[in-house]
Each structure stands twice: as structure tokens, then as C-alpha cells.
Ligand binder design. Structure first.
Ligand SMILES: Cc1ncc(COP(=O)(O)O)c(C=O)c1O
Length: 378
């Protein structure tokens, strides 16, 4: 199988698994226990906290472990809402459902929720941003990189303006982490979500990065773990795996971004030569691993199944919404017509991919859409 669905999830790295295994087998202590086994688990969690902090350029105390990106996003949005007076919240129109849904839930509690529009390339429109004049605007959620198109937003710039107005900012950096350099302290945001399974770590673990000054009510109350920010016995093995994955992602960051970009360019050139596909958000700055395209006249889900038959695993839109049959809200927000949006296929490359995978994918595309190129080029 040629696996081209890394934005959905990545294979677990062997070294990450090796780092995790002892915490399932021998070192099973509860990190809150005072005895040696407990202290061993505690120490491992604190090492992981340092590794996660290092990947995103911050200090360990600002990292709270969670069960993944979805929980981190919910914790940020619901936690902020519970800590602030009811007012208005704004969010990018292309956010992930794990941001959109908690935001919509707030509207039932009296919050005014305001989407911020994007342009045809999926970038937040400066004019739409300037229109956020509601004096009751309390906080804004903006993603760093989009999971479908790979489009990278200038979060630092928007967050700086918002901060100057006293508005808090949350950033979903789940797709960006490990694929581009991130410095939390330079992004000007108050909260930032991360997830392990997008960077060769285990599923079901992530983090919310929280600047020390931001007060947040917890989502999960319990035994005071994570400095009272998130109750529940820590998933030590998963946290250790997350830490190791971050350490590895940091050490290979520049190399892997360059290598992925080269592969992405080969893929896009190949698609150009076939002449059958249009790449969405082509002109925007995008993650080095992500290409979303459509072949006019061929439904995205159909294309996913065809590619699967030819041994290539991709997604249509995002994995989370791919059973909905609705066109991607991301592409719709970019003003793409729904018939075209329904053709969307997402290729997301990963560390283990090679140039021969790109060739294999392009061969499969040629077999699936044999004559269209010639018709369109003529
Ligand atoms: C941008 C973005 N945010 C959040 C999430 C949710 O992360 P998790 O799968 O760890 O809950 C995802 C994963 O699909 C994502 O792509």
C-alpha cells in the first residue's frame, strides 16, 4: 500500500513504540504514587513534558497533557468560555470540527459566535478580520495549518493585533506541529493544541500549551493531575511516546520538511502533466506534505475508492467528515462551487514516502482517468 493519508494519522515510529513499551510492562506505577515505581512514571512524564515543550519552543510548565487534539481544542474553548463573562467568540471559517463544534455549543449558552471568512486560497481575509469590532469579543480560535488544504495562516500577525485589544487567542496547531518550525512564545497566542498521532506518536494523547497568565477552567475535574488543569490518571506510556515523537520530530524537522516538499512538488508536477486535476489553494503557503486536488467530473469519494483499489490510501476532504457526503466546509468557505468541492481528494505525505510512491500514485491516476488529460489539453 502507498500510504498518503498522514494528515488523518501516521504510523507509529518504531523507536517511539520502544520507548513506550517498558511503561506498559515493567514501569506501571501511578505517577501520583510516592514509591519508586510511581516516581519513575512521574519522571518519565516530566521528561516528555520537556520534549514536547522543546518542539514548540516553550517551557515545560506551560504544557498540559490531554487525550489528543480534540480534547485540547474543547478544553481551550469551553475552558476559556467558563472563565470569562459571556460575550463573543470568533473563529476561522476553515477550522477543524473539534473547534467548530465546541464553538457552536457555546452559542447555546448565549455566546455570539462569529466566523472569520477566508479568501479563495483559504487565507483569513484581512477585511473580515478588521470587521471583528464587537467590544464583547473575548477570544478567537485560529488554526495554524489546515488539515485539508495544508494552508498556513499568519497566526502570529492576527494574534498580535488581537492581544493588543485584550482578546485571547487559541491556536489549533495539530497539523502544523512537526511539519514546520513553531515557537509558541512568538505566535502571540495564549493557548495552542497539539496531538501525538500526527507526528508518528501514539493515538489518544496530545497537549494544550497554555501561557502562564491565562486562566482556564478545567474540562475534566478529578484528582488534581496536570496541576489541576486536567484530572485523571496520566496515560504514562502514551505521554512517553508523545515526548519521544516530539524529540524525533524536532531533530529531523528541517530535513523532513525539505524532503516532503520535494516529493510534493514532484507530485504536483506529475498532476500538471496528466492535466486532469486542479490543486486547491495552490498559490498559498502550504504544509510541505499536503496537496488537495479535484478531477472535474469525478466525485472525491469515488476517487478515494478507485485509488484504494490501485493500492493508494488517500482521503476525500478530511477523514473526520468523509462519511458525511457533504462538500468540505473548508472548500466551501474558500468560495469553491459545491460540485467542484465534492471532487476533492487529499494526499498527505509522510516520512516513509519515497519518490517511487509518487510514481506509483501517478501511474494509478493515469489508469483511473486515462483519457481525460488528452481531452482537457486539446
Ligand atoms: C487540525 C486538526 N485539529 C484537531 C484534530 C483532532 O486531533 P485528534 O485526532 O488528536 O483528536 C485534527 C485531527 O484530525 C486536526 O487535523
Amino acid at each position: 500500500v502507498i500510504y498518503f493519508d498522514h494528515n488523518a494519522t501516521t504510523p507509529l515510529d518504531e523507536q517511539v513504540l520502544e520507548a513506550m513499551l517498558p511503561f506498559y510492562q515493567r514501569f506501571y506505577g501511578n505517577a501520583s504514587s510516592l514509591h519508586r515505581l510511581g516516581r519513575l512514571s512521574r519522571g518519565a512524564i516530566e521528561t516528555a513534558r520537556e520534549q514536547v515543550a522543546a518542539l514548540v519552543g516553550t517551557v515545560p510548565i506551560q504544557i498540559a497533557f490531554t487525550s489528543g487534539g480534540t480534547e485540547s481544542n474543547n478544553m481551550a474553548i469551553s475552558g476559556l468560555a467558563k472563565s470569562l463573562d459571556v460575550g463573543a467568540i470568533a473563529y476561522g471559517a476553515t477550522e477543524h470540527p473539534s473547534v467548530l463544534e465546541p464553538v457552536h455549543a457555546l452559542s447555546r449558552d448565549g455566546w455570539r459566535v462569529r466566523p472569520i471568512g477566508v479568501d479563495a486560497d483559504g487565507l483569513i481575509e484581512p477585511q473580515a478580520f478588521q470587521k471583528l469590532v464587537d467590544p464583547a469579543l473575548r477570544f478567537v480560535s485560529l488554526m495554524l495549518a489546515n488539515n485539508e488544504t495544508g494552508v498556513i495562516q499568519d497566526v502570529a500577525q492576527f494574534a498580535c493585533e488581537l492581544r493588543n485589544r485584550g482578546v485571547l487567542v487559541h491556536c489549533d496547531a495539530v497539523q502544523a506541529a512537526g511539519k514546520m518550525a513553531i515557537k509558541f512564545d512568538e505566535l502571540n497566542v495564549n493557548l495552542m493544541s497539539l496531538s501525538a498521532h500526527k507526528i508518528a506518536g501514539p493515538k489518544g494523547v496530545g497537549a494544550l500549551v497554555m501561557d502562564k497568565a491565562t486562566q482556564l477552567k478545567p474540562l475534566i475535574h478529578g484528582g488534581g493531575q496536570e496541576r489541576g488543569r486536567r484530572g485523571g490518571t496520566e496515560n504514562v506510556a502514551a505521554i512517553v511516546g508523545f515526548g519521544k515523537a516530539c524529540e524525533m520530530a524536532l531533530s529531523r524537522q528541517l530535513d523532513s520538511a525539505q524532503r516532503l516538499l520535494t516529493l510534493r512538488e514532484q507530485l504536483e508536477e506529475g498532476l500538471d502533466e496528466l492535466g486532469v486535476a486542479d490543486v486547491f489553494a495552490r498559490e498559498a503557503s502550504r504544509l510541505p506534505n499536503t496537496v488537495q486536488f479535484g478531477v472535474p467530473g469525478i466525485d472525491g469519494e469515488m476517487m478515494v475508492m478507485e485509488l484504494d483499489r490501485h493500492g493508494v490510501a488517500v482521503s476525500s476532504g478530511s477523514a473526520c467528515s468523509s462519511d458525511g457526503g457533504e462538500p468540505s466546509h473548508v472548500l466551501m468557505a474558500m468560495g469553491i462551487e459545491s460540485g467542484i468541492a465534492k471532487t476533492a481528494v487529499r494526499v498527505s505525505l509522510g516520512l516513509e514516502n519515497t519518490a517511487s510512491d509518487i510514481v506509483g500514485f501517478l501511474d494509478a491516476m493515469k489508469r483511473i482517468v486515462p483519457d481525460r488529460g488528452r481531452t482537457r489539453r486539446a
